[in-house]
Design a protein around this ligand. Structure first.
Ligand code: ZN
Length: 347
């Protein structure tokens, strides 16, 4: 069947593009990658291929024009559809595998709107959690935020004085809450972070969540990607390992979750990665760079500004270091991102 599908896509590209490079398909285990027939893809480079057909769900997505269709609709749109039993097989496969979309493909879709609609006010959250807003008088939490230079961003936090837990909120453009992370501020209690996705929050509040199982899966993911609802993905945006670091830069996303699962932002051309200055963070950035993404060069940056590497593990550390030493380095961060694989040694 794969061969039959590729054959169809070849025909679609042949009809829609005239340049041989634009008609070329890159084939991999996960997907077919080719110049989008809907928008024609890039007008200045014939090499750009931002159309993707994913094998695991037979969904098409273009990262240039955001066209998103199932294979069935994609082929129908270009007058190349299967017929009879073949078409039934394709449609059945699409139905059965609708759940397998990666977040990257669904990013701009109705789920964002749903997440916004399901978001809750601080007061609504406070009905089910012993959480209070933080101000300069809040014992323990305010000094903690101040020590990390986060005390001007108190709207992103809450505090449970009984459990001594700091709440870090994932906010919507209107300042409502879709998910949060809870951090213990005393050292001797259980796991360091706990995460509350939209499903768990609604469950705790005993509010019914009227969404399908598939939608819930994606909504839970969205609620745990900090800043996703306030980030403009069409402009340059930066992905961090955690929410706190992401608060020190604008148009940013903070990842989270037990497995630190890195979702599929890789195909969005405006993404850049700023992971931690440690072995784990750097090796993840090296992988990203190898596949053509833009990443931050810690080694080069720290060397140029003569900052001891041991003192700075992440952007929060860097901001604190800069507060003391005033090197002017924070204005130069942009210059230390690269997508050139020859820069591998500078990470
Ligand atoms: Zn397109």
């Amino acid at each position: 069947m794969k061969a039959r599908i590729i054959d169809k896509v070849v025909r679609v590209l042949h009809t829609n593009h005239s340049h041989p490079e634009k008609r070329r398909i890159l084939e991999s285990k996960e997907r077919l990658n080719f110049a989008c027939p809907y928008c024609g893809d890039s007008t200045d480079s014939v090499r750009k291929k931002r159309g993707n057909l994913y094998w695991n769900n037979l969904q098409y997505h273009c990262y240039n024009c955001s066209a998103h269709e199932s294979l069935d609709v994609f082929l129908k749109d270009h007058n190349e559809n299967f017929e009879g039993e073949e078409r039934i097989n394709v449609i059945n496969f699409i139905k059965e595998n609708r759940k397998n979309f990666s977040l990257g493909e669904t990013l701009e879709f109705h789920l964002f709107e749903m997440a916004n609609n399901l978001s809750l006010t601080f007061d609504e959250i406070a009905l089910g959690f012993n959480v209070y807003p933080i101000n300069s008088l809040t014992y323990r939490a305010y000094p903690y935020l101040k020590s990390r230079l986060l005390h001007h961003k108190t709207e992103k936090f809450g505090y449970d004085p009984r459990r001594k837990e700091l709440y870090v909120f994932n906010l919507t453009p209107k300042g409502k809450i879709v998910g949060f992370q809870v951090r213990a501020l005393d050292d001797n209690s259980g796991p360091k972070y706990k995460t509350w996705n939209i499903e768990r929050i609604y469950d705790r509040l005993k509010k019914p969540l009227k969404v399908s199982e598939e939608e819930l899966d994606s909504l839970n993911k969205i609620s745990m990607i900090f800043g996703i609802l306030t980030t403009d993905l069409s402009r340059q945006f930066t992905v961090f390992e955690g929410p706190i670091d992401s608060f020190f830069m604008s148009n940013t996303i903070g990842l989270t979750g037990v497995k630190k699962q890195i979702l599929d932002f890789d195909d969005i051309p405006t993404v850049r990665y700023f992971f931690d200055n440690d072995i784990e963070g750097k090796s993840k950035m090296i992988q990203k760079l190898k596949r053509g993404n833009t990443v931050f060069m810690w080694d080069k940056f720290l060397k140029d500004f003569r900052i001891p590497s041991k003192k700075v593990k992440d952007l929060n550390d860097l901001v604190k270091y800069e507060y003391k030493h005033r090197t002017g380095c924070l204005n130069e961060l942009d210059k230390y991102f690269t997508n050139n694989h020859l820069d591998l040694i500078f990470i």
